[in-house]
Design a protein around this ligand. Structure first.
Ligand code: F3S
Length: 394
């Protein structure tokens, strides 16, 4: 693989041990995938932050890099396993908290913004059309490629971190135009009226195209919230890192429909929704997977104003969106109801299963998928029904 003089210097360790390690990771990846060279990236999103997933080996790796490594481009962080400030009220054990704070401290020393959100594009890390980036949060990867038109592969924790420390990533996969064409055309024959419809459809289609690129036809409108949850669902049941929606997403016009065809009907939607719903009375309610937008917080404020929630209710969002919600006078209606903002974290990366909850109500297919994997039962419902469930009590 061709390396510039500066990249050769990094690989030789002339810019420190962490940069050499990072360059070794990128060169190895590039050689595996046949990249001709590296490309400069304008931003990085690092995943692999929760101590629940990293463990002691991950913490040790980060500590080692933090000895002399520093991010060279804007680099933001995925959610951690707890709120960095309110972990006690979340019921998190001190032993877990101590390790999680050490993980975050290592990232801080690496010069990474402690944004702790999976929606960096709503919180100051906003790439532009055509820019090369290296993001490691699967829902944000699908959103960035599809909705923004930026270019990123689905990076793992180490490769995203390596991109942050060098400002580069191997030029292969979705960085190349030829790999951004649809592999399956999905004719959507049912009107999608809510984010829950989009997330359920995404979950079903993600299973059909495990790592392909679907082109949806027949969708007339989609809100940011619809696209955000569609991205997450497609990336959780499958490995989808990009999709097109004819007439809506920026690269859909440039690409011909795939000869491979599938249809998605009202029956498919009904089945998809039903497949996400288990039985049982929820003892925990959580929304914000991916992290809530300001529009979602406005809807929650409207629904919760004057009400009292009787179940543990987490509203997951970034500190930046919460700040805007404070400014807009929305947060107080949510907090006065007893619902809790879960900042820096979410219902999936926090060890919710260890907090004694058994059945979680949520409006996200991605959350349903991962909560089930953690041994919990899930009730899939709309944002409005999540609020009603939390207010109703047992
Ligand atoms: Fe974000 Fe957690 Fe869902 S990281 S996409 S809220 S699983």
């Amino acid at each position: 693989m061709f390396l510039t003089t500066e990249e050769e210097r990094m690989l030789a360790g002339e810019e420190g041990r962490a940069t050499r390690k990072a360059m070794q990771i990128l060169v190895a990846l590039g050689e595996i995938y046949g990249a001709e060279r590296l490309v400069e990236v304008s931003s990085v999103q690092v995943s692999g932050v929760s101590y629940k997933n990293l463990g002691d080996a991950g913490l040790e790796f980060l500590d080692e890099l933090a000895a002399d490594g520093r991010a060279r481009v804007k680099t933001t962080l995925n959610p951690a396993g707890m709120s960095l400030t309110d972990w006690k009220s979340q019921g998190i054990q001190p032993s877990f908290a101590e390790k999680q704070l050490r993980v975050v401290d290592a990232y801080r020393r690496l010069g990474i913004e402690i944004s702790c959100t999976c929606t960096p594009y709503l919180a100051g890390n906003e790439p532009e059309f055509g820019q090369h980036i290296a993001w490691g949060e699967s829902s944000a990867v699908a959103y960035a490629n599809s909705v923004i038109g930026a270019r990123t592969n689905r990076e793992g924790g180490p490769s995203a971190l390596a991109a942050g420390l060098t400002g580069r990533t191997p030029l292969y996969g979705l960085h190349l135009q030829k790999n951004r064409v649809p592999t399956l055309t999905v004719d959507v024959g049912v009107p999608l009226g809510s984010p829950e419809d989009f997330t359920a459809m995404g979950y079903a289609v993600g299973k059909m195209v495990p790592d392909g690129i679907p082109l949806f036809r027949g969708i007339r409108m989609a809100s940011l919230e619809d696209l955000k949850t569609l991205s997450a669902a497609l990336a959780s049941s499958g490995g989808v890192a990009m999709f097109h929606i004819a007439g809506l997403t920026p690269e859909s016009k440039a690409e011909p429909a795939s000869a491979e065809r599938a249809a998605f009907s009202s029956k498919d939607l009904e089945e998809a929704r039903a497949s996400l719903d288990d039985e049982g009375v929820p003892d925990f309610v959580s929304v914000g997977c991916p992290h809530c937008s300001l529009t979602e917080l406005a809807a929650l404020a409207r629904l919760l104003k004057g009400a009292t929630v009787k179940k543990e209710f987490w509203v997951c969002c970034s500190r930046e969106v919460k700040r805007r919600s404070d400014e807009a006078g929305l947060s107080k209606w949510i907090e006065e109801s007893g619902a809790k903002f879960a900042l820096d974290t979410c219902m999936v990366v926090a060890p919710v299963e260890e907090l004694g909850y058994r059945v979680v109500a949520t409006n996200s297919a991605k959350a349903c998928h991962y909560l089930r994997n953690a041994g919990l039962r899930v009730r899939f419902m709309s944002l409005e029904d999540c609020v009603a469930e939390a207010i109703r009590g047992r």
